[in-house]
Each structure stands twice: as C-alpha cells, then as structure tokens.
Design a protein around this ligand. Structure first.
Ligand SMILES: *[C@@H]1O[C@H](CO)[C@@H](O)[C@H](O)[C@H]1NC(C)=O
Ligand SMILES: *[C@@H]1O[C@H](CO)[C@@H](O)[C@H](O)[C@H]1NC(C)=O
Ligand SMILES: *[C@@H]1O[C@H](CO)[C@@H](O)[C@H](O)[C@H]1NC(C)=O
Ligand SMILES: CC(=O)N[C@H]1CO[C@H](CO)[C@@H](O)[C@@H]1O
Length: 552
C-alpha cells in the first residue's frame, strides 16, 4: 500500500501559476508522494512530470529534519545539513530539463554516515562524530561519493553515528561527541542500534530519500532492523572504502539503507564497482549486475533457504523474545508459501567457534594502522590529532566534549594502540577468522545443505560469520515489539526494548550473492509489507510535505 497525499483543486491551481507550470494537469488532481514513504521511482516520476523539483525536495527534507532533529523529539539523527545541497539540486534540475537524467539517482537526496568523506569546500565536516576531526580537511571525496555525484545524487547531509563506527569502546549505540545521543523514531528515547544509527533513523521517517551506512560487524544490519528499514551490507570488495574513516580493511563495507528493497538496490547499482584506491574491489566480478533486475516476486520459488538454529542458539537469535520468535516462524511460513524449501536446521559447522573468534584482535590491529594512515592523509586537522595515540589523548584531554558521564569508554582504542602490527600472530588470527567465518562457516553450510541463502532474525550474533567472511547481508523489516512490552533503560539515555520497536530479518549469502539476496528480500517484502504496519510515534512524524515548499 502506498500512502499518497491528495492535493485538492485550489492547490493545483496555485501550482500551475508558478514558474514550473505543469502542462495539462490543471484540471486533474495532482498527487504528490508522502515523503514519509516516497520511493525513488515515485520521486523520479514527480520530478520528470515537473510536479516538483529537486530544489523542492531538498527544502522539504531540510524542513523535516529541523522539525525533529533538535526540536520536538530531538532524535539527533542528522549531524550536518549540506549548505551546497540547494545549489546542487538547482543544477541537477536544469540538467534534467536540458540533457536528461544521469542515473536513477539523478536529483535524489542522500544522507551519508559521517565517516564517509566529502570535500570540505562543499561546507561539511567529515568527523565520524568526533571533535578530534572537527574542521579537518580531507584530501578528496570518498570514492562512493564520487560515484553518487556522477550519478546525479544530491548529498543532503551527514548522519549521526556511534562515534568512530563503534570501534572506540563500549559506548551506547548512536552516541557521538558532536551529535549527542541519537534515538529511535519508534518510541521516545529508544535505542536506535548502531553504528549507522542516524542513517537508519533519518530514513525511517523520511528525513531523506535514502542513506549510506557502513558495516564492520552489524552496523548496517542492526540499525536497519531496529529502525524498520532495508539495509544492504555488500560483500567486502563490492563497494570502495577509499575515503571512509576506517576500522578494518578486512571487514569494512559501505552500503545503502532505504525504505524499500527497490530503493536500496538502486543505490547499490550506483555505488558498486572497482576502484583503484581500494584494491579489495579489484577482486569483484568484471560486470556489476543491475541489481534493480533482481526485483522479482517469484524469486524464492524452488530455492533452498537454511535456518542455522544450532549455532545461533535460539536465545541468541531471538533474545528469547516470544514476539521475535513468532514473527520469525511466520517469516519461515511465508518463505515456504513463496515456493522455497526451508532447511531447518541447516547448521554452520564452525558454530561453537563463532562465539569466541579473533575478530576484535584483527580489527584492533588493522584499526591502529589504518587510523594512523587516515589521520596522516588529512590536508589539515586543527585539533592536532595525527595518530591513534593523539586521538586517545585528545579524548582524555577533552572530557567535556568526548567523555560525558556514561560515555567515557575508549578501551577498544586503547587495546588497538597496544597492538603490534602485522606479525605472525596477526596473520594466524586472520586465517582463523576466515576459516571460522567462511571455510568451516558459511561456505560449509551452503555446500552441505545446498543452500541459496540463510535467514535469521536480527539480534545477537547474526552478523559475525558474515563479518569474518566478508560476505553480504540484506535485511528487511520483520515485525515490532508488542504494545504491552515493558520499556527498559539500557543506557544513560536510552531504552530497550520498548513498545513498537521494529526488528528485522536478514538474508545471508556467500561472496557476491547480492543479486540473489536482493531478489529473495524483495519477494518477502512484497508479500508481507511489514514496514507499513507501524509508524513512528506521533511527535517523530514530520509534518512538512512537498506542497508546503512548492510555492515558497
Ligand atoms: C565544520 O563544522 C563547523 C562547526 O559547525 C563549521 O564552522 C565549519 O564550517 C565546518 N567545516 C567545514 C569544512 O565545513
Ligand atoms: C592491496 O595493496 C596492499 C599494498 O598497498 C597489499 O598489501 C594488499 O595485499 C593488497 N590487497 C589485495 C586484496 O590485493
Ligand atoms: C502481551 O500481549 C500478548 C497478546 O497480544 C500476550 O500474549 C502476552 O502475554 C502479553 N505480554 C505481557 C508481558 O503482558
Ligand atoms: C543538523 C543539526 O541539527 N545538527 C545538530 C546536531 O547536533 C549538534 C549537537 O547538538 C548540533 O550542534 C547540530 O546543529
């Protein structure tokens, strides 16, 4: 079901009096998409038909951000709005008229997680949420941003996140020094998961058309699930990490977060591809498939979908929560009804080892080397921070900015600083991670049970094997905590669980299986339309719509 905003006759008449007069619609009812749900296809339709412009879209999204980001429920999902976005939109509107569209993202606003670099001349910072990087000058756009601009996307702003993508230490999801505590739009002050928290929150209520997040282990998957949106964590090497503030080259991946599988596929089309500045991308297949061709409602017919129950212990995958358990069993029934065979259980042989891997050690070793490189690559950094050691000291020296009560920890940074580079212990740990995640993990399960995908609800350790193996995950809405759920404080400023909080279903695959995973997620989404079953709490639903900006 799509929600449309019907504009009455008087509004239509006002519209045809504006400079972007709409030929032939004066006597018809003009429909404008509701920005809470609006899809890329709907937005492109309205832009092509000149019902509104990309300038209108940017104005409307900015107004919606202002309503709820620091005002009203104060969701703190967005760190910065791009002061160049309106100019970019105007140029792209003109180009649409004179030359046509560059891609399906032409004139579509996209919000970027704040660890993805954008040139400073545009007027925005790239900080991973940290004051240590405020006013730093990056050498260039991240390679995914270059692709987005080339495809005609408008960079709307930067999203709040768990600072440094949650590799600083044990600090609550969605908090950064610069952005403060981001919270869910589904229950006041609820935990939004992380680390791509702001990307998930902002997408969930239409503060942007689409967003980018990054995942090292769970950071697209979880905030997509908990914010009722779709997330794609691509295979390591499908999307470039050049210009992304790093955690680990062996696990970091950049991917789309969107309200529909179709929108996420469209964004992936534009950001995927080889990049000489990230040599992991050179291993990808020579042709990137058109992921929008995967949108097939019959895709699950005849496929084998596995449920690795005995590794991902039942309580780990559902948190023991009866509503997640029952929603997951419903999902398995739906998947069968769509023509797939569900193999249950379909265990991963390395199951018990997944509970205790060398993941943190490898990430910490990589992080020290890569963060040091990142700081050195900056043209300038006014904070003076030029290394991980400087960063740790900066946080200690600025507790007011970076260590408020409840947000003090930086133990992962400290452990990373103590690592000793690429020594033999490191290479053994890396090899054992590949073995546990891929060889005796997902590869073995897929082969043994002849699987096309694995499905799991998103909570607990769902993403570990995929993170270690560098394999893709596509997450779609699965359900919501019931209204009689007790809201439980789980951090200095957040609650979890809480009534109405969303949770998700993940489709897991092996390397470069995005096309298939997208097709399965699409079939499930089209059959269930779970996202549309519940909206954000009233104060978190922005009021501004296109009609409010078109005449001004
Ligand atoms: C970064 O943010 C600061 C404070 O909001 C602002 O003054 C500055 O112009 C921004 N820097 C860049 C490069 O946009
Ligand atoms: C990428 O290049 C680095 C050196 O810059 C090298 O150590 C590494 O093995 C290369 N990785 C791949 C996947 O080619
Ligand atoms: C919540 O309501 C459901 C029925 O909708 C019921 O099965 C469940 O026991 C209730 N839980 C609590 C904690 O009251
Ligand atoms: C766009 C926006 O509202 N950004 C705000 C994010 O939060 C910080 C800290 O409160 C504000 O300074 C920004 O203005």
């Amino acid at each position: 079901m799509k929600t449309w905003l019907f504009i009455g006759l008087s509004a239509t008449l006002t519209l045809v009096n504006t400079s972007c007069a709409i030929a032939g619609v004066a006597s018809e009812q003009l429909t404008l998409p509701d920005l809470y749900e609006a899809s890329i296809v709907e937005l492109q339709h309205g832009l092509d038909a000149r019902h509104f412009t990309s300038v209108d879209l940017v104005k409307a999204y900015f107004a919606r951000i202002k309503e709820v980001n620091l005002n009203g429920p104060s969701l703190r999902a967005v760190l910065e709005m791009n002061p160049s976005a309106l100019a970019q939109a105007a140029a792209l509107d003109l180009e649409r008229k004179t030359k046509g569209k560059r891609s399906i993202l032409h004139g579509i606003p996209i919000l970027l997680k704040d660890n993805i670099a954008t040139v400073a001349s545009e007027g925005m910072n790239t900080t991973a949420g940290s004051f240590s990087l405020l006013n730093s000058i990056v050498p260039a756009d991240a390679s995914v941003v270059t692709r987005l601009r080339k495809g005609g996307a408008i960079i709307l702003g930067k999203a709040n996140l768990s600072e440094f993508a949650h590799v600083r230490g044990n600090i609550p999801n969605g908090w950064s020094g610069r952005g403060g505590q981001a919270t869910s739009a589904y229950y006041p002050n609820a935990n939004p998961c992380g680390s791509s928290s702001g990307s998930g929150i902002a997408t969930s209520i239409g503060l942007t058309a689409v967003a980018l997040g990054t995942e090292t282990d769970g950071s697209i998957t979880c905030p997509s699930a908990w914010n009722n949106v779709v997330g794609i964590k691509p295979t390591l090497g499908l999307t470039s990490r050049a210009g992304v503030i790093p955690a680990s080259a062996h696990q970091d991946s950049v991917g789309p977060m969107a309200r529909t599988v179709a929108d996420a596929a469209a964004v992936l089309n534009v950001i995927a591809g080889k990049d000489l500045d990230d040599n992991f991308t050179l291993a990808q297949p020579s042709v990137v498939p058109d992921f929008t061709k995967a949108l097939d409602e019959r895709s699950l017919k005849g496929k084998r979908i596995g449920v690795p129950r005995h590794i991902y212990l039942d309580d780990d995958i559902t948190g023991g929560d009866p509503s997640i358990k029952s929603a997951f069993e419903d999902a398995l029934r739906t998947i069968r009804a769509l023509g797939a065979t569900v193999i249950d259980p379909a265990d991963v042989p390395s199951a018990s080892d997944l509970l205790n891997t060398n993941e943190i050690f490898v990430v910490e070793t990589d992080m020290k080397i890569q963060l040091n490189q990142y700081f050195k690559s900056l043209v300038t950094n006014p904070s003076g921070v030029r290394s991980l050691a400087d960063l740790i000291k900066f946080n200690d020296d600025h507790p007011d900015l970076e260590k408020p009560t409840g947000y003090e920890d930086q133990s992962t940074f400290e452990e990373a600083e103590a690592t000793d580079g690429f020594n033999s212990i490191y290479f053994a740990a890396l090899a054992s991670n590949k073995d546990v995640g891929a060889t005796r993990g997902l590869d073995a399960a897929f082969r043994e049970h002849k699987l096309d995908a694995i499905v799991l609800p998103v909570i607990g350790i769902v993403s570990v094997a995929s993170a270690l193996a560098g394999y893709p995950i596509v997450t779609v809405p699965l359900g919501f905590y019931p209204d009689n759920t007790t809201a439980v404080p789980d951090g200095p400023q957040t609650l979890f669980p809480a009534p109405g909080l969303p949770f998700g279903l993940s489709f897991l695959g092996t390397a470069y299986s995005e096309f298939q995973l997208i097709s399965f997620a699409y079939a499930y989404e089209q059959r269930t339309q779970i996202r549309l079953q519940r909206k954000a709490f009233a104060a978190a639903v922005p009021i501004t719509q296109l009609i409010d900006v078109i005449n001004h």
